[in-house]
Design a protein around this ligand. Sequence first.
Ligand code: ADP
Ligand code: MG
Length: 446
Amino acid sequence: MNAFNPLELWNLCLQEAEKNLESTEFESWLKNSTYEDINGTRMVIRFRNSFVAGHVKSRFGSMLEEILREIAGRNDLALQFVGDPAKPGPSSSDAVTPDNSSSSDSMYLRSNYTFDHFVVGPNNQLAHAGALAVSRDAGSTTYNPLFIYGGVGLGKTHLIQAIAHRLRQEDSRRTFRYLSTEYVVGTFIKCVLQKDYTKFRLLFQGIDYLLMDDIQFLEGKVETQEAFFHRFNELHQQGKQIVLTSDRPPHELKDLPERLISRFQWGLVADIKPPEYETRLAILMLLVRDEELDVSHEVLDYIASSIRKNVRQLSGVIHRLAAISRLTGCNIDMNMAQKEIKSTLGTIARRLTPGTITSAVAEVFDISPGQLKGKQRKRNILVPRQVAISLIRELTSMSLKDIGAFFSGRDHSTVLNSIERIQELRESDPELNRRIEEIKRKLVSI
Ligand code: ADP
Ligand code: MG
């Protein structure tokens, strides 16, 4: 886990959360939590009773996970909140009472995910303009829904929360609800179990703006999709503004009914791409200013040149450097930055071996890794094999010769042919192209 052990990681996570919350909230709910254990990629955090654990999960859970992933530079980490089962509910010693205000069903907002803290570049210009426009005029038909999509860590959550902040600051008459799709699905499942759908319906009532993050989690949730479809129509007909984010464009969402996908395309569909060098540098300068750090231009240039695909990794590096500098009392210099970048990139590189790439390809094409590496030349195996070869070439620094050797001793011209063939196919076969993008997303999303 990069430079930190889980205990330190949780403490850093708390420090960051404290900056985002009212002090009374932090004191009441989070301050006395303790790191207990790590279970694979799931960190277990203990609270004084199961009531507090449950409340923290529903109110701050996704925010804490976001912070954790950012600081650790890993996207696969998750949190589990547990309480002492011997003390299941609020006791007289608990200073706080459960709050039933509407904010408890709206997820928590990160305090710095505002428009002021969002650097606009050619990579995110349209999405940013769309977000600004809808926060000015609700439901202006051309941008409804606003559908923002892009890869992991590129600023989707930041932008959608920026809309929420703007509404909160400027016009208290306009109401909004910010929800993670996982929370919506979870609420729906609870309603199914209790045979009472009131809670689900209430999520979408009495609001001018529905801000729903990570809509790709609706994939495969047929009943939630159906229920959401009706809520979506209702809000849209009433001229309420809907904003959705996703890691893919609408037509690439799998297992979603066509009618839902076509509704997602009614308004403005805007993508966010990885930022160019200048935008990366500008983001770093903003982060450094926020953290009140003193970092030379040379070091910033080095970081901006090294980390190219994911803004969360950029901010993770700065947060970790800030923490190390505070812990050790040393200034952030080139040496420290190099070490940190090496460990960040090392985490990525470890995932991108020929083996992991082959397994990911095999999984998506539903064949075995053995078949991929073997000798069969049937088209349903040949094409996936060529995909694996070209992805290994793209994502690792392996030579053509070594890649050939990995695939049962093929020679380097076969490898080259495969790469060229896939290049052609990606242009002529959109479905194959979509699958390759899906594999890449899986592989680089750490
Ligand atoms: P996503 O939801 O797309 O996975 P996030 O919105 O969580 O990504 O962004 C990851 C991190 O990168 C956050 O800390 C966010 O503040 C930061 N970030 C992303 N894009 C920008 C930007 N254009 N300007 C400033 N910070 C950004
Ligand atoms: Mg997000």
